[in-house]
Structures are given as structure tokens and as C-alpha cells.
Design a binder for this molecule. Structure first.
Ligand SMILES: NC(=O)c1ccc[n+]([C@@H]2O[C@H](COP(=O)([O-])OP(=O)(O)OC[C@H]3O[C@@H](n4cnc5c(N)ncnc54)[C@H](O)[C@@H]3O)[C@@H](O)[C@H]2O)c1
Length: 314
């Protein structure tokens, strides 16, 4: 069932602004609160610029124009004001366990019995700051990927006490605004996205340290190899299509997969020889001064890819 009403955003930085834009594009009323009130004023200016820029490039999401979307986003002077009548609150304060505990305690004191209290935390396990709350059954994590406007994945992670209905409502809400939520059924360190990213980083780190391959060639393996398929389908569908189905894939490859996996070395410390090689190669290839330009280059490509995916899927 489609949801409507007001969304509260707590914290008006990079991610708070992104959520505000995503919800406004789907015509929700959005109320933003920040402990530094000036930050909300700056965020509103930044959102206006971003919406106008997206509109001028034909990239604006939703059915209403930039001006109408901006009109749906307003500043809340207090946390109470932000939560008043909200159906969902998206917390976006700094990544710090003590701060998350403090903010969730404040939210808990004023929350209604129906609002969903959702944190954007990248890696703090929800039970660490949600399990003591009165409203812990309504608390959850919705971890986005930057930039959320063009990378729709959201990891939804319930704490140990989250009501299954809240998990479904959160998933449905993110789907409604055009994101792609996945539910992480158990709290695990790194959630799932970072576990996958770190598995790739640690194995390629070992290969670089052992002088099997250069840093640049690792990036080519991903960007001009596997990444092309993974932009459209995950590793399991890839495997399924690469054989006569998954059953035959395991029959054919399980032994060699196991043997290669046994060959993976110990967990690297990401310091010392391997780190020196990666730092030297990366800084030579893209000096720190060139990073803003390269981020622009990356964003343009992400935008083009997300448009292509939309076009192919429609
Ligand atoms: N930046 C990313 O790439 C990214 C991606 C996914 C998830 N996240 C997560 O999103 C959250 C926010 O990250 P960000 O990059 O937007 O941070 P940010 O530094 O851009 O913004 C944080 C904002 O929170 C405000 N704030 C601090 N304490 C507050 C309080 N007590 N009440 C209200 N507001 C408060 C700050 O004034 C600031 O405006 C973090 O948990 C982060 O891990 C970030």
C-alpha cells in the first residue's frame, strides 16, 4: 500500500540532503532538523541548487518540478517540530556510536507509537544504539550508498527487537521512492555491502602485495571486466547464466572454487608493503589535487549508467 505524509530528517549534511530530495521527489512533505540551525539554511540552498541543476539536465526524479519539490522541504526549528506527525524519521548525524545513542534517546522521548525511527548509519550495528529504547520495535537502519540519487541500493537492517511489520513498511517506503532496498536479516559486522567490498579489497590487496598484479590492472579487471556484468546482474545470476543453470555450475566449478578459496591468505593489516604500493600507484595515477575533477567524471558516468538502466528496464 502506498504511503503518504511527512518525513523527518535529522542531520542536514550530505546524506540528509539526499534523503530530503528523494522523499520530496515522491511528493512527501519533508522536515529537516539539525543541531546547528545554520546548517539547515545552507542545506536548503544546496538542495535548491542541486534540484535546479538536475532539472536543467533532465535528471530530476519524480512527476513534479524542482520548484514544487523544493516547496515540500522545510526547516524544523526543533526536534519535536521535525517529528510532529511524521510517519518516518531518517537520522543522518555523524557516524559516532555515542552520538547515535544520544540522538535516538532524544527521538525515543518524543516519538509517537507509529513513527519509524530509521538510522542512515554506514556500519554501526542497530542493536548497539536501539535495543534500550522504549520504541525499539519501531527502530531500524536504512543504510544508503553515496550518491543515493543515482545509486538506489539501501540496506535495511532491523535491530533484535524490530517489529517485522516495521521492516516491511520501511522496505515498502524505500521502494515507493524509487530506491532498491534489501533486507539484512541478521546484524553482522559491515552489514552485507561492506563485507562484499572488503572481500574484494582484501583479496586484491594480497595479490598486489605478492606482486601478482599492479593496482591499475586490478582496477581494469573490475571496470572493464566483471563490473560490466555486475552493473546489470549479481554474481549468482552471472554464474547461473554462465553454465546450464546453477546446478551444473556447482557440479562443474565447486571443486576449483573451493581450491582457490583455500588459497586466499590471512586477513591483511592494510599497512606496510602492500599499502605503500597502493598509495604510491594511486597517488601517481590520480594526484589528490585532481580528485574533485575525477569525482565529477565518476558522477557523470554513474548518472549515464543509471539512465541507461532505467531505459533498458522500462
Ligand atoms: N557520506 C556518505 O557517503 C554516507 C553514505 C552512507 C551512509 N552515510 C551515513 O550517513 C550519516 C550522515 O553522514 P553525512 O556524510 O551526511 O554526514 P555530514 O557530516 O555531511 O552531516 C552530519 C550532519 O549532522 C548534524 N548533526 C550532528 N549532531 C547532530 C544532532 N545531535 N542532531 C541533529 N543533527 C546533528 C551536523 O551538524 C551535520 O550537519 C552517517 O551515519 C554516515 O555514516 C554516509
Amino acid at each position: 500500500m502506498s504511503q503518504s505524509g511527512k518525513i523527518g530528517i535529522v542531520g542536514s549534511g550530505l546524506i540528509g540532503q539526499s534523503w530530503a530530495m528523494l522523499f520530496a521527489a515522491s511528493e512527501f512533505d519533508v522536515s529537516i532538523y539539525d543541531v546547528i540551525t545554520d546548517n539547515v539554511d545552507k542545506a536548503l540552498v544546496s538542495i535548491e541548487n542541486q534540484l535546479n541543476d538536475l532539472e536543467s539536465k533532465g535528471l530530476l526524479r519524480g512527476k513534479i518540478n524542482a520548484k514544487q519539490q523544493l516547496a515540500l522541504i522545510r526547516k524544523a526549528d526543533t526536534l519535536q517540530d521535525c517529528l510532529q506527525n511524521a510517519i518516518h524519521v531518517q537520522e543522518c548525524v555523524f557516524e559516532d556510536l555515542e552520538l547515535k545513542k544520544k540522538v535516538f534517546k532524544q527521538l525515543d522521548e518524543i516519538a509517537s507509537d507509529s513513527v519509524v525511527l530509521c538510522s542512515s548509519t554506514s556500519c554501526i550495528l542497530p542493536s548497539l544504539f536501539q535495543s534500550e529504547l522504549k520504541h525499539r520495535q519501531q527502530a531500524i537502519v536504512g543504510h544508503p550508498v553515496n550518491p543515493p540519487y543515482f545509486i538506489p541500493l539501501v540496506e535495511v537492517i532491523p535491530n533484535k527487537h524490530t517489529d517485522p511489520d516495521v521492516v516491511q513498511r520501511t522496505r515498502a517506503l524505500f521502494t515507493q521512492i524509487g530506491q532498491k532496498p534489501v533486507v539484512i536479516k541478521k546484524e553482522v559486522n559491515g552489514f552485507v555491502g561492506n563485507r562484499i567490498q572488503y572481500a574484494v579489497l582484501s583479496e586484491t590487496y594480497r595479490l598486489i602485495e605478492d606482486d601478482v598484479i599492479s593496482v591499475e590492472d586490478v582496477d581494469t579487471v573490475m571496470a572493464d571486466g566483471f563490473g560490466l556484468r555486475w552493473a546489470f546482474m549479481g554474481p549468482w545470476e552471472t554464474a547461473h547464466l554462465n553454465a546450464v543453470g546453477m546446478k551444473e555450475y556447482f557440479e562443474k566449478y565447486a571443486k576449483s572454487m573451493e581450491s582457490v578459496c583455500h588459497d586466499f591468505g590471512p586477513v591483511p593489516t592494510f599497512s606496510g608493503k602492500g599499502a605503500d604500493i597502493v598509495v604510491e600507484e594511486m597517488h601517481k595515477r590520480i594526484p589528490v589535487e585532481a580528485l574533485p575533477e575525477r569525482r565529477k567524471w565518476r558522477n557523470e558516468r554513474l548518472i549515464a549508467l543509471s539512465q541507461l538502466k532505467k531505459r533498458l528496464d522500462n
